[in-house]
Design a protein around this ligand. Structure first.
Ligand SMILES: [Zn+2]
Length: 336
């Protein structure tokens, strides 16, 4: 159990330092509140752990942290690296904007760098064909170019097929939502003032906890380009405008309703894809905060379900073409 990232479904790895929680190579903990997260190395997201013995694990983390050379620390957050490579993030009492910037900054900027690595590819190919394609082809070798294009296409196909979450099916049971559906997701008004629902392409409406959880898994796909430091800061300020993260969904809905659209474009009014970039990033942060709050309120049972589902989806994703090898290929090819 707890071997897979709740969000990107990557393996979380293990450690030998924390006897009560040998999962993950980067752990974050809040000693005062007894919270423990595994930070995913791949997508950098924080996976809250529901286990009973987390108090013991948190205590172990605190002890380890206190006796290790501290690489970076403020009164609110500290980061320590143990000699085994395990990294500990200690959460003190940060104010909300600082905590959000700390938690989401690296996530969005690393996604942004990845995006730049990939997005440069088609532009480069286009430029090559316009400005002396022959010279570039001679330099990279024709077969290199083909592999390059193939890798880009393979990655796009993977992202379209990527399993994201399970939702209740109209005919009973559940159905899998894949990456290609994320682009059509809408945030629509639902059942009373200030209420909203997430609407999928097939008309399925997800509300309240279900809606927040789905938003948390769908938005990263829409925000695949991540954000620069500057847009992350703007998103943190956005989120800070509301008192509680769940209110931010209403704020985003108000924004969509206030848009001025030509009548022919009315159909796209509620599409998440058309929200301004920083509002979409802020909404992803809000979803993450709210899922954690609900999980903590519900004595962590919902979180156990989420972990189980992550393992289930990981098994499906494992059968698909793994993008890591493709990505390595592109990175290597770029360097050379
Ligand atoms: Zn992850």
């Amino acid at each position: 159990l707890y071997s897979t990232c709740l969000f990107c479904k990557a393996r979380l790895g293990s450690n030998e330092e924390i006897e009560h929680f040998p999962v993950g190579s980067r752990l974050a903990f809040d000693a005062a509140k007894g919270r423990l997260w595994v930070v995913c190395r791949r997508c950098t997201r924080w996976n809250l752990t529901p286990l009973e013995e987390r108090w013991e694990a948190v205590e172990e983390c605190e002890r380890r942290f206190a006796t290790t050379h501290i690489r970076y620390s403020t009164e609110q957050v500290g980061l320590a690296r143990l000699s085994s490579g395990l990294e500990l993030v200690r959460v003190g009492r940060p104010n909300r904007p600082e905590f959000a910037a700390w938690r989401y900054g690296a996530r969005f900027t690393s996604r942004y760098r990845r995006y730049l690595l990939w997005s440069g590819v088609p532009v480069g190919l286009l430029a090559a064909s316009v400005f002396g394609g022959a010279a570039v082809a001679a330099f990279t070798g024709g077969s290199g170019m083909l592999l390059y294009q193939g890798a880009v296409l393979a990655r796009e196909e993977y992202s379209r097929r990527k399993p994201l979450l399970l939702v209740p099916a109209a005919a009973g049971g559940s159905r899998l939502v894949r990456g290609r559906e994320a682009g059509n997701v809408k945030l629509v008004p639902g059942g009373g003032a200030g209420r909203w629902a997430l609407m999928l392409g097939d008309g399925t409406r997800l509300r309240d906890e279900e809606g927040v959880r789905a938003a948390g898994l769908l938005l990263p796909h829409l925000n695949a380009a991540g954000g620069s430091r500057k847009s992350v800061d703007a998103a943190v300020r956005e989120l800070d405008r509301v008192e509680h993260p769940h209110r931010y969904f209403t704020a985003a809905l108000n924004h969509l309703e206030a848009r001025r659209l030509a009548p022919v474009r009315e159909y796209e009014r509620y599409e998440l894809l058309y929200l301004p970039h920083e509002i979409r990033l802020a909404l992803e942060m809000a979803a993450h905060e709210e899922v954690e709050r609900q999980a903590l309120d519900g004595e962590l049972r919902a979180l156990e379900v989420a972990w189980r589902e992550a393992e289930e989806i990981a098994a499906i994703a494992d059968r698909l073409l793994l993008p890591a090898a493709v990505e390595d290929f592109i990175a290597r090819h770029r360097r050379s």
